[in-house]
Write a protein that binds this ligand. Structure first.
Ligand code: NAD
Ligand code: UDP
Length: 324
């Protein structure tokens, strides 16, 4: 029987990188968690320690299909996030963003509950405004290889605001900028995981283009903190709110930092830049600061060290399992 006093959160994409950290955080805060995932990019390993927790429940389900559950709040994180994964089946990516949003908004409407949407800095595309403020409408190619993700997330934002305006659903729209940390998928091709794994295994560090393109990297613990603050904020605070770390780095400097921390002597290998790769990205987080009282605390050096430690021990787990 459900504990009447315990809040119950639905986390879609809960077996993924960000979702698994969010589930863990919510359980630690005393909530019940219903994790919904179709394991497209997520893994059971990410949530292994949670499976035996009395307040944790796992449901294998694709959010492109309607979902009938009873919860008090919804965090919608389900969607492949790395260019490699979201481009491998672009139609499924669009369906997940659009049909998934409609199904979960329908659920929020029936339950009259708050719903958080994991939107993305990709809604700004290859931006002409720098740093990016929430008022900027973006520069997105509607027919390119990244469009399934960018336009899917933009359409989901439209759906969130139309459901909010028509049905008064309390929405929380967070535009997440590049986030990294333990449990990133080792093969998802994202720059932080790629470069760390290459450095640890003595392989060349692949830099796409000349490495002068910039990104602003947020450590996962900081991001989970602001997502939960946002959910717990007043209903009038709908977003969109940029959530990410405003400290901007060139990709080449990220590579040098990873070489320094790992002590690796891997060379750097320059490779072609993928199409529509944004040249610069840095969030203006004034809204997150004033409305949510949040700013990131973890430096890139600290965050990279924790991520490198994770990949080092993760590799050991995999190596040892081969021999047992
Ligand atoms: P991830 O790929 O690790 O996690 C996504 C999870 O969603 C996986 O567990 C996957 O199996 C699940 N999923 C995918 N399609 C599904 C479907 N149709 N039904 C049910 N489950 C499904 O990615 P992540 O980095 O944890 O990203 C989580 C969310 O945050 C995504 O919505 C992503 O767009 C957004 N986001 C992430 C970043 C980042 O830097 N990590 C940046 C911007 C936005
Ligand atoms: N990148 C790179 N080497 C890699 C992987 C990515 O130089 O091995 C570059 C990529 O072209 C982009 C930046 O790093 O300019 C961030 O890429 P990622 O896929 O992590 O995120 P996104 O492009 O979605 O911001």
């Amino acid at each position: 029987m459900k504990d009447e006093h315990r809040k119950r959160a639905l986390v879609t994409g809960g077996a993924g990188f960000l979702g698994s950290h969010l589930c863990e955080y919510l359980l630690r805060s005393g909530l019940e968690v219903l994790c919904v995932d179709n394991f497209y990019t997520g893994t059971r390993e990410n949530i292994l320690p949670l499976l035996t927790h009395p307040n944790f429940e796992l449901l294998r389900h694709d959010i492109c299909l309607p979902l009938h559950v009873e919860v008090d709040e919804i965090y919608n994180l389900a969607c492949p996030a790395s260019p490699l994964h979201y481009q491998s089946d672009p139609i499924q990516t669009l369906k997940t963003s659009v049909l998934g949003a409609m199904n979960l908004l329908g659920l929020a409407k029936r339950l009259k509950c708050k719903i958080f949407q994991a939107s993305t800095s990709e809604v700004y595309g290859d931006p002409h405004v720098h740093p990016q403020k929430e008022e900027y409408w973006g520069n997105v190619n509607p027919i390119g290889y990244r469009s399934c993700y960018d336009e899917g997330k933009r359409c989901a934002e439209t759906l969130f605001f139309d459901y909010h305006r028509m049905h008064r659903i309390p929405i929380k729209l967070g535009r997440i900028f590049n986030t990294y940390g333990p449990r990133m998928h080792p093969n998802d091709g994202r720059v932080v995981s790629n470069l760390i794994i290459q450095a640890l295994s003595g392989k060349p560090l692949t830099i796409y283009g000349d490495g002068n393109q910039t990104r602003s990297f947020c450590y996962v613990d900081d991001l989970i903190d602001v997502i939960v603050r946002f959910m717990n904020s007043k209903n009038e605070i709908t977003g969109p709110i940029n959530i990410g770390n405003p400290v901007e780095f060139r990709v080449i400097d990220l590579a040098k930092e990873i070489l320094k921390i790992t002590g690796s002597s891997s060379p750097i290998l320059f490779a072609p830049l993928p199409s529509d790769d944004p040249k610069q990205r840095k969030p203006d987080i004034s809204k997150a600061k004033t409305l949510l009282g949040w700013e990131p605390k973890t430096s890139l050096q600290e965050g990279l060290q924790a991520t490198i430690d994770y990949f080092t021990s993760h590799e050991r787990i995999h190596t040892s399992s081969i021999y047992h």
